[in-house]
Design a protein around this ligand. Structure first.
Ligand code: DAH
Length: 357
């Protein structure tokens, strides 16, 4: 073996000294890392391709078998210690980052921020409560009914024929329960009329606010989940004039004295005669604009005298009792009153919107 070869192969002693230094440096770099990027960098410097560790590793091939075995084991153990230190540091950094994130996200819920955004009822809830107050003032009770209904309550008992388009799966969310197409999310609050009539306690003066569901794609004028309020009055000698006066009264209570109301003939299976009630457009005041399609009027809901078939389905004597009913969308009424262009704002949970009401 020549001189040159001997010097090219440093004694194992020297390598071991190197290793101690390599380890000290590597552990110092790892300990100093302040971020995951620092840590990756430290790992590259400690054991990467251009590292001193790698240089020592490359010497292995030129050592004698016993030296190679010895140094190989040392290198292996060194690497394991560096990796253990790096992975402990990684956990530590990840935990620190997490608590930093949590501290940044922390909200103090014990106090409204200065000048602040204290929580309040949603606009739709506010309008619902106003409507309830108006009707309670007229002597009505507030009633409720189930959101999951059978087809009988939602359609049949309301005199909606089996082939009526409203009954199709295009409009209705059916619930996979019992007989097919018999259990559904109510598409209107009108089925609560049936529950009220079934109670058998007459007369009835009731309003029923609640959520209803239709298979509509959300757009400016539709939401798949929205709110209606239903009214039902059943008494002796109730007239269409009473209905018209009731609608006029609550519209003025909600929209103010300047708004005009009108009824237009319409068709609903559960009332006869039926009408749609409209208010003078709240955007243009009745002169005609895009919102009211230049008509000056906005349709709010439907109403009419309770159909004898509805009385019959619920065992109420139609000779003795007469009644009227009405129903309309609360969300729609809310956006009309406040000049909001799009129903979807109501459900987007944007504080900048909600804060205004
Ligand atoms: N339920 C009807 C709808 O969702 C609204 C309605 C019309 C309710 C006429 C009534 C009524 O009580 O008499 O379109």
């Amino acid at each position: 073996m020549s001189e040159t070869e001997l010097t090219a192969t440093p004694p194992a002693e020297g390598a071991v000294t190197d290793l101690a230094e390599i380890e000290t440096n590597a552990l110092a770099l790892i300990a100093a890392a302040r971020s995951l990027e620092d840590l990756d960098e430290a790992a590259r410097e400690a054991t990467g391709r251009r590292s001193r560790y790698s240089a020592v590793y490359q010497r292995l091939g030129s050592l004698s078998a016993s030296e190679r075995k010895e140094l190989g084991r040392e290198l292996h153990e060194l690497r394991a210690r560096i990796e253990t230190a790096a992975s402990a540091k990684r956990t530590e950094l990840a935990l620190a980052a997490r608590s930093e994130r949590m501290a940044a996200d922390l909200m103090d819920l014990t106090e409204a921020p200065a000048g602040g955004l204290a929580g309040h009822l949603h606009l739709v809830t506010q309008v619902r409560e106003e409507l309830e107050d108006v009707f309670v003032g007229m002597g009505y009770e507030i009633a409720e009914g189930p959101e999951i209904e059978t087809a009988w309550y939602n359609f049949e008992a309301l005199n909606v024929p089996v082939d009526h388009p409203a009954r199709s799966a295009v409009d209705t969310f059916f619930v996979d329960c019992g007989e097919p197409d018999q259990v559904l999310l109510r598409t209107q609050t009108s089925p609560v009329q049936i529950h009220l009539l079934e109670r058998g306690r007459l007369p009835i003066y009731a309003v029923v606010p609640g959520r209803v569901y239709r298979r509509d794609t959300p757009d400016a004028t539709h939401l798949p989940v929205f709110h209606q309020i239903e009214g039902l009055v059943v008494d002796q000698g109730v007239s269409f004039g009473d209905l018209a006066g009731t609608i006029d009264t609550f519209i003025h209570a909600i929209f103010g004295a300047d708004v005009r109301t009108r009824l237009r003939p319409a068709y609903f299976p559960f009332t006869e005669p039926s009408a749609e009630f409209e208010i003078s457009c709240t955007i243009c005041g009745g002169s005609g604009c895009r919102t009211c399609a230049q008509t000056g009027w906005i349709e709010l809901g439907g109403c009419g005298m309770v159909h004898p078939a509805v009385f019959e389905a619920t065992g109420v004597d139609a000779e003795e009792w007469t009644g009227f009913a009405f129903g309309f969308g609360i969300d729609r009424l809310a956006i009309m009153r406040h000049g909001i262009a799009d129903l979807r704002y109501l459900v987007e949970n944007d504080a900048r919107f909600l804060q205004q009401f």
